[in-house]
Design a protein around this ligand. Structure first.
Ligand code: HPA
Length: 295
């Protein structure tokens, strides 16, 4: 039987179209920028109010950007904010895309490609996660030290765009050690408890069974969530420095598992938000300080 398509021909056309999509989106966003952004922010759960601290130059709704996916999660806004945070030019995403919404890995990571194309060198990310490490409690915040990709999907599948990064990107240290040290220092200064650990990404949207939590914990993960890893893979592909923090919104201890209520999850995210915001803003301040020394 004739194969209906070969990976070489179709894959090449797809990636060329995708690259064009990134370029077009970047061109539109660039028009509303005053300066080149240094820093990209994915304002996920627990970080929404960091937006209030940005001196905003421009707001661009995702639906104003050609071929941009539109967020389906109602609590997420779906727009870019361009401006300055603690003296650093930033581009912030209010609203991100998840695989469980039906987006492809490339769609999920399109905004990161756009921010990378526009010149950011650092990406700060937050998310909600279930805590599996028994030392963790609901409302803790966790510095991600490493991750496990259990989504069965990868945004780098297909022909590689050499202009973006290498075919086989290194993942020996995806989360920047200097940024992590700064996060620890800021947390200590403000007497904020900062947990650390490995984040495992699953597709979702259902939460895990007891047997799954047991398996994920034994694999070496401290927290589980449904985002972040695709964006981090793409950020590292583009050689961006990455820092990511999780809010522990529920306790996932298989031998004492209680049903999770969405209200409780939202309450935990709200309670942790000031801490997460303080740590991220402190890191941004340090980024600003070192940038001005360097330049
Ligand atoms: N599992 C997966 N994702 C999550 C969880 C969880 O328990 N909590 C918050 N996001």
């Amino acid at each position: 039987m004739e194969p209906s398509s070969s990976p070489t021909s179709d894959g090449a056309a797809d990636i060329a179209a995708y690259r064009q999509q990134v370029e077009q989106a970047a061109a539109v966003v660039r028009e509303s920028l005053k300066t080149t952004p240094r820093l990209g922010l994915i304002l996920g759960t627990g970080l929404g109010r960091l937006a209030d601290q940005i001196t905003i130059d421009a707001t661009l709704s995702y639906d104003e950007i050609p071929q941009f996916p539109v967020s389906t999660v109602e609590s997420h806004d779906g727009r870019f904010l361009a401006g300055t945070l603690r003296g650093v030019p930033v581009l912030a995403m209010q609203g991100r895309f998840h695989l469980y919404e039906g987006y492809s890995p490339r769609e999920v990571t399109l905004p990161v490609r756009v921010m990378g194309t526009l010149g950011i060198d650092t990406l700060l990310v937050s998310n909600a996660a279930g805590g599996m490490n028994p030392q963790f409690a609901q409302r803790d915040i966790m510095l991600i030290t490493d991750h496990i990709n259990l989504q069965g999907a990868n945004p780098l599948v297909g022909p590689n765009v050499d202009a973006w990064g290498p075919r086989f990107p290194d993942m020996s240290e995806p989360y920047d050690p200097t940024l992590r040290t700064w996060a620890e220092e800021v947390a200590l200064e403000h007497e904020i408890k900062l947990q650390q650990g490995v984040y495992v990404a699953v597709v979702g949207p259902n939460l895990e069974t007891k047997a799954e939590y047991r398996m994920l914990r034994r694999m070496g993960a401290d927290a589980v969530g449904m985002s972040t890893v695709p964006e981090v893979i793409v950020a590292r592909h583009m050689d961006l420095r990455v820092l990511a923090l999780s809010v522990i919104t529920d306790e996932c201890f298989p031998d004492a598992l209680a049903p999770v209520s969405l209200d409780e999850v939202l309450a935990a995210a709200d309670a942790a938000e000031p801490h997460l915001t303080t740590v991220m803003a402190g890191v941004v301040e340090r980024i600003g300080a070192t940038t001005s020394v360097a330049s």
